[in-house]
Design a protein around this ligand. Structure first.
Ligand SMILES: [Zn+2]
Length: 298
């Protein structure tokens, strides 16, 4: 009868830690780190290594004794997300190990980044070190890095009072009563809706009202993919509708038809809200809906 393999837990460690010397280059880096500075060392070819090394990894030549301050901010070049941090990890919540090229450096340093979510840390993200209150000359003097602040959410709200002109008031009174009021210029004979008092074409004053039908033709339209409280659903269509008998179109929603079926030349009719719900507002027309008549040549 097969038996499970025998196993035993072992721990390999130096209780209290393993003491090692740093050498002059890493020692200088860690000493500067204890003072809150990030330093790199120059190679003979003029590149700046951070973290510093005693030998240029590209040529094998000893580095120079020229040191330059880098960072403290840097750019993430790559990262790996840690979903379940271990006891020895620098953060007790999910974080990323990232390659960070500090400003002024030619190489990248590995450190932890507290970004909240892997989506918040694409390559190119700008990060800054979060220092520990007490530093002792160790890479963990930097607790971790954190993304720079690039976004805030500001409340935006404007309250204003709109006073309707006498002509717009007349038009809205019509809409409340389920009638679309336009006007005809006595000079150039153009018909405008909404009702207005001067002709934008010839500049002459307009006296007479014209009552227009609530049917028309879609001239141009846009399919909108962002929600709007007035719209039936997303996507929805807003259109320029030329009411029968008018010379300029009116902008309105088109509903009661899938957005992709709306077309230029489509015949539509206003869908009014019930009379008892109407106010002095264009929202009395819920939207325009297809009449089913044949399309019109524009
Ligand atoms: Zn005119």
């Amino acid at each position: 009868m097969p038996s499970d393999p025998l196993t035993a837990e072992h721990v390999l460690e130096f209780p209290g830690g393993y003491t090692r010397t740093t050498g002059p280059v890493i020692g200088r880096f860690l000493t500067e780190l204890r003072d809150g500075r990030l330093m790199g060392v120059r190679t003979a070819e003029g590149r700046t290594l951070v973290p510093p090394l005693e030998y240029d990894p590209a040529t094998g030549e000893p580095v120079t004794d020229e040191w330059v301050e880098v960072g403290p901010a840097g750019t993430v070049t790559a990262s790996a997300w840690v979903h379940e941090p271990r006891e020895s990890h620098p953060l007790d919540r999910p974080f990323a190990w990232a390659l960070i090229r500090l400003d002024g450096a030619d190489t990248a340093l590995v450190h932890a980044v507290d970004a909240g979510s892997p989506k918040a840390l694409p390559p190119g993200t700008r990060v800054r070190p979060v220092w520990r209150a007490e530093r002792r000359g160790h890479i963990t003097d930097i607790s971790h890095f954190a993304p720079e602040v690039t976004k805030i959410v500001s409340p935006v709200s404007t309250r204003y009072r709109l006073t309707a002109s006498p002509s717009l008031t007349r038009f809205l009174e019509g809409v409340r009563d389920g009638v679309l009021i336009g006007c005809r210029c006595a000079t150039c004979e153009k018909v405008y809706v909404p009702y207005r008092l001067t002709c934008p074409e010839c500049g002459n004053p307009i006296a007479g009202e014209v009552t227009l039908p609530d049917t028309g033709t879609v001239t141009t339209f846009a399919i909108n993919n962002l929600p709007d409280p007035r719209a039936p659903e997303v996507p929805f269509v807003s259109a320029y509708i030329l009411l029968d008998g008018a010379d300029i179109p009116l902008i309105a929603l088109v509903g009661g038809v899938p957005a992709h079926q709306v077309r230029q030349g489509m015949r539509v009719r206003a869908e009014w809200v019930p009379a008892e719900e109407r106010t002095l507002s264009m929202t009395n027309i819920r939207w325009f809906t297809p009449t089913g008549e044949p399309d019109v040549e524009l």
